[in-house]
Write a protein that binds this ligand. Sequence first.
Ligand code: B12
Ligand code: SF4
Length: 455
Amino acid sequence: MRVLLVHPSPLMYSELYLRLEPLGLERVAAAIRAAGHEVRLLDLQIFSHTDYWRELETFAPQAVGFSVNYLANVPEVVDLAKETKAKRREAFVFVGGHSASFVAAEFLEHAEGAIDCIVRGEGEVIAPRVLEAIGDPKLDTLPGVVTPTGAGPSPTLLDNLDLHLPARDLGRKRHKYFIGVLDPCASVEFTRGCPWDCSFCSAWTFYGRSYRKGTPEAAGEDLARIREPNVFIVDDVAFIHAEHGDAIANEIERRRIRKQYYLETRCDVLIKNRELFARWKRLGLFYMFLGIEALDEDALKAHRKRVTLNENLRALEIARSLGLTVAINIIADPSWDEARFAAVRDWALTVPEVVHLTVATPYPGTELWLTESRQLTSRDYRLFDVQHAVLPTKLPLKRFYELLVNTQSVLNRKHLGWGALKLYGGQLGLQHRAAVRRPPQAGPLRDEATPPAPG
Ligand code: B12
Ligand code: SF4
């Protein structure tokens, strides 16, 4: 069967800082190809809708699969699905990915019949089975599959991460993938899942709280296949188990692989595995993102982060002593008042790290969603970009946005101006959590939620 896999367009303004290869789709592509199908991959972060329509005509796929990791992409994919069905009624349209998994029923409802099924969870095992079941009324009994008529049991997890290494050969114009100064940059996955359970995060619910590791040999093989000099390690929390990180480091040394790396991890993991991170620094670790999230114990508890403020500060000192460039994130709570913004700004100005503010957002799939969604001021998913407040703010909304924008711009100025973004993107944009920061000039999505112009 001819199968076209499509990654949607970039998130607003994210191209200023990064464009990352669609690793999940490449892994699904590898699994579908292994099942004997002819697969093509089109990344709308690079190509246009016109290219998509052309591909639809020339390749004439019998199935089209969209990847929706981000809520903001839902409207685009609904529209593309509708038009795809209008142009090619016989094509089977299916959608997978992180966010699609948590809003499956809504997604299907908005698509009004243009999407045949949503595939929840990891795609490698189930996608080939979905293709096999096209036209079979039992499609909606497959694990993770949701159709307009029914839903199968919970998704199954891939038990061997070494299977289906990303089909990077299907990518076109790979030189366009970058993150900050790591340009060009590939992505790689060493582990999947997270054993923690922070209340604002859906990583652990998506993966059923599992934590799985690929073998160091497969990691080495995958890295050796990568031509780009830079690598984004996409693991939610890198190097939780020091022995695994060391074993991969051994592979890298044995194969004489030399790259620069970006990764994200937790402060307690950095403290515990300090020597390992020092070793990776020698191997090329360049930038690191640390989720600090809050500057007081109560907020850390509310996020169920399971680290103390002291640990966070100690981790920053360790990162500095290792000579790593670090970006950190603080979650701006809708309850923040003028004094809290000022306190965060004052603290952030005293540390050398790049500090980003993101607004607490109840994402579908998180515990926060379960506890807070009744209070939501908007269900417009384009606003769920951690730069808009979708919960009621204590301050008048306009003032909250003024302080948010002003505080962030003071923090940005600490390092450099917006003009140097691309050159120093690593400083400002390397940590992906801030990469989707929507500049206020971007124009309104919804009047009452639009941040004011910067002061
Ligand atoms: C890279 C990345 C980004 C990049 C995306 C670039 C890109 N081209 O995809 C950028 C920087 C843009 C980004 C932004 C954000 N991200 Co992000 N991101 C990631 C990250 C680190 C890696 C993604 C990845 O490659 N994973 C590895 C691949 C193998 O997994 P996968 O993509 O999920 O694909 C699998 C399945 O989803 C499924 N699948 C995927 N596509 C398809 C398609 C079909 C047809 C099928 C059948 C199956 C299928 O099968 C794949 C293989 O199993 C993940 C963490 C993670 N480890 O996944 C977070 C993650 C997805 N991001 C997250 C978040 C919260 C965000 C942000 C809100 C900011 C933030 N706080 O981090 C914004 C989104 C803003 C918005 N407007 O919506 C959360 C969850 C998102 C959510 N609940 O919606 C995650 C889990 C990180 C975390 N722990 O918080 N992110
Ligand atoms: S925020 Fe990080 S540590 Fe917490 S559950 Fe998500 S991935 Fe795990």
